[in-house]
Design a protein around this ligand. Structure first.
Ligand SMILES: Nc1ncnc2c1ncn2[C@@H]1O[C@H](COP(=O)(O)OP(=O)(O)OP(=O)(O)O)[C@@H](O)[C@H]1O
Length: 647
């Protein structure tokens, strides 16, 4: 049953009714079965006072008590069996509901549009996904069925009591009616407070998630006390609204108790007077009082269920809001994993930007601050293309658009000659491998991390990718090799090792286009030289686009795109750009000074010479330790880097 939810509801927007209502409808059969069992139990309970009345009458007449006692015991057993069966069936339906809600919600979160996702605090998303879904389960299974079965019990009891004595019933209803009005008013208050409490818990969860994800920064900034105070204040808000909710909830049950106890006192007094005057039999009064006693518990349960249900409705609202988040690809995310695609025609550009414009959405009003202003360039199907430019020029944004994390506001991006808007997302992301600026490793084994984008990869492919990314020695030293467990965000490996892990993961994907965002920034000199060899090899098979601040990566590139303020100002090879583009010269010059346009051969510095040792130091700083001899055909005069210049 839990799997019956239609594919349609899993993909685009759920329905106008919301995700929870859609899921609820899928489980009505089991819920109805649970309610039916509950009602049968109610019937057994409602018959018990009649059976007791018969027992009293039989005893009064001196008849055999065997049959009435058997009848009564059978009713007790049937009531108990039906109640426990109902609890199991309703509990099962509740688990099925929460399973489907969580499954569909997670799917929608994973396919959410990044702009919409970025606007929501992650702690709030977590609270809604974990805590609120539990409240949804309680509201839609236990509370709802309790409302129905208790409601029917109360109704049935009222009808039967009317049949026994209408006058006494009118008195009873008067007392219960007043208590019910008070309880309903309290339930309305409770719903309002419950919504506030959900918001407060969400804010608390957000604050906790914020500090836990940056705990080393918190410690290094000595912000533990400040954060503890801030989070403590938010926990205090949740406590206050929780206590207010508890207070309303605590008033709900006694208000009903007072009503029923008042009714009981009046009924006993009036009833006994009528029995004394011979206007009512003792058996009828006993049966009536039995029903009144039986009414107390369902009435209290009914109003408790009302309280739980209104709290659950607040949670349902929160879950539905989250599930309503816009989905990638306008709500038509691609089904399953698309078959791997290959770039169409040979010789066609692997990636082409045609007058692409883009701005990130800021705030809730949809206003955008422009980042790319008509970017055009193309990337050949083979070879290394480097993208360079000052910080904030829009380099990473180019990659985000190729991956279709965000849609371009104007112009078009083509991969293999096809507009990416027309490609299924899964296929596009299968073609394009992306090593992000902040290397993304996950909790799990090294092997799981490696095969994350290609779950079916074989041992040989894994070994090859590990070798190519320069990770083989690292893996060999790990206690369990590829099966060594890593912590959150890949802790257990150094920054550079994590980055190589991500490079290996992307290599394993065998992409047609590989995007490397400052991918070599963490690599040491030896590994970077190895990796440049890897790049050379890989770029013979696919298009590699690398964002790099290191000239060592750029020098060998077949093409360099110079980006400034979201515009392409030049494209060409290193030597060409050194002569004709001032910005490129300046960017390169911040690391090195080319004496003769980068044409004369490099002089290898002598470490023993005081001036050269200074030069060697700054060279290795600027080039991340790459030995000068590896810079082909460069005559480089380096300026010593002084610490005061770094400030
Ligand atoms: N998610 C985002 N929401 C809003 N603005 C963003 C977002 N990401 C980037 N920006 C803005 O877009 C501009 C370009 O950012 P981008 O990351 O593409 O620059 P970059 O050239 O890669 O910079 P760097 O070299 O420092 O990594 C910056 O001004 C940045 O503030």
């Amino acid at each position: 049953m839990a799997h019956r939810v239609g594919r349609a509801s899993q993909r685009g927007r759920t329905t106008r009714a919301g995700l929870v209502a859609t899921v609820f409808r899928q489980h009505t059969a089991l819920l109805v079965a649970g309610v039916a069992l509950g009602l049968a139990g109610v019937a057994a309970s409602l018959t018990q006072p009649v059976a007791i009345g018969r027992l009293i009458e039989a005893a009064g007449r001196g008849e055999s008590l065997g049959a009435p006692i058997t009848w009564l015991v059978s009713l007790f057993c049937a009531g108990a069996l039906l109640t426990s069966l109902q609890a199991y069936v309703i509990g099962r339906a509740g688990e099925n509901i929460v399973f489907d809600v969580r499954r569909l919600l997670t799917e929608r979160l994973l396919r959410a549009d990044l702009t919409a996702f970025g606007k929501r605090p992650q702690g709030d998303i977590f609270t809604r996904t974990v805590t609120d879904t539990s409240l949804v389960k309680i509201a839609l299974s236990q509370s709802l069925t309790q409302l129905i079965t208790s409601g029917v019990t109360v109704l049935g009891g009222v009808v039967l009591m009317f049949c026994i004595d209408a006058g006494l019933m009118v008195i009873t209803l008067g007392c219960l009616g007043a208590a019910s009005v008070v309880s309903l008013l309290l339930a309305r208050k409770l719903r309002k407070v419950a919504l506030e409490n959900r918001d407060d818990i969400g804010a608390f969860g957000t604050a906790v998630q914020r500090v836990l994800s940056a705990l080393p920064t918190v410690k290094a900034s000595r912000a533990e006390s400040r954060e503890a105070d801030r989070i403590g204040a938010l926990a205090g808000n949740a406590r206050r609204s929780g206590i207010r909710g508890t207070a309303y909830g605590a008033l709900l049950t006694p208000s009903m108790n007072v009503g029923t106890q008042g009714a009981l006192a009046v009924v006993v007094g009036v009833g006994m007077a009528w029995v004394a005057r011979g206007e009512m039999t003792m058996a009828a009064l006993t049966t009536f009082i039995m029903y009144l006693f039986q009414l107390v518990s369902p009435l209290v349960m009914f109003f408790m269920a009302v309280g739980q249900f209104v709290q659950g409705r607040a949670a349902i609202q929160k879950v539905d809001e989250l599930a309503d988040m816009p989905q990638e690809g306008g709500g038509t995310a691609d089904a399953g994993r698309a078959a791997p695609m290959v770039l169409a025609a040979h010789g066609r550009a692997a990636v082409e930007f045609r007058d692409v414009r883009f701005g990130y959405e800021r705030g809730d009003q949809g206003e955008r601050s422009p980042v790319l202003h008509g970017v055009s360039f193309h990337v050949p199907a083979r070879g290394l293309t480097a993208v360079v430019g000052p910080s904030g020029a829009g380099k990473t944004t180019l990659f985000q658009l190729i991956e279709r994390f965000y849609p371009a506001s104007g112009g078009s991006i083509l991969v293999g000659g096809r507009n990416i808007e027309a490609l299924p997302l899964d296929a596009l992301r299968g073609l394009v491998g992306y090593v992000q600026q902040d290397s993304a490793a996950l909790r799990g084994t090294v092997r799981e991390n490696l095969t994350y984008a290609s779950p079916d990869a074989g041992e040989d492919d894994i070994r090859q990718a590990v070798e190519m990314a320069g990770l083989a020695k690292v893996v060999a030293k790990l206690p369990q090799g590829l099966d060594t467990e890593l912590g959150d965000q890949g802790s257990g490996l150094s920054g550079g090792q994590r980055q190589r892990l991500c490079i290996a993961r992307t290599l394993l994907q065998k992409p047609a286009v590989m995007l490397l965002d400052e991918a070599t920034s963490h690599l040491d000199s030896d590994s970077e030289r190895d990796f440049r060899d890897v790049l050379q090899r890989v770029s013979r098979h696919c298009a590699v686009i690398a964002i790099a601040h290191r000239i060592s990566t750029v020098i060998d590139a077949e093409q360099i795109v110079v980006l400034e303020d979201g515009r392409v100002r030049a494209t060409g090879r290193h030597q060409d750009l050194m002569t004709r583009d001032a910005l490129y010269r300046r960017l390169a010059g911040s690391q090195l000074h080319a004496d003769s346009g980068g044409r004369a051969p490099a002089r290898v510095p002598d470490r023993n010479h005081p001036r050269d040792s200074e030069t060697t130091l700054s060279l290795s700083l600027a080039f991340g330790g790459l030995p000068p001899a590896t810079l082909n055909e460069q005559t480089i005069r380096l300026r010593p880097i002084r610490s005061e210049e770094q400030w």
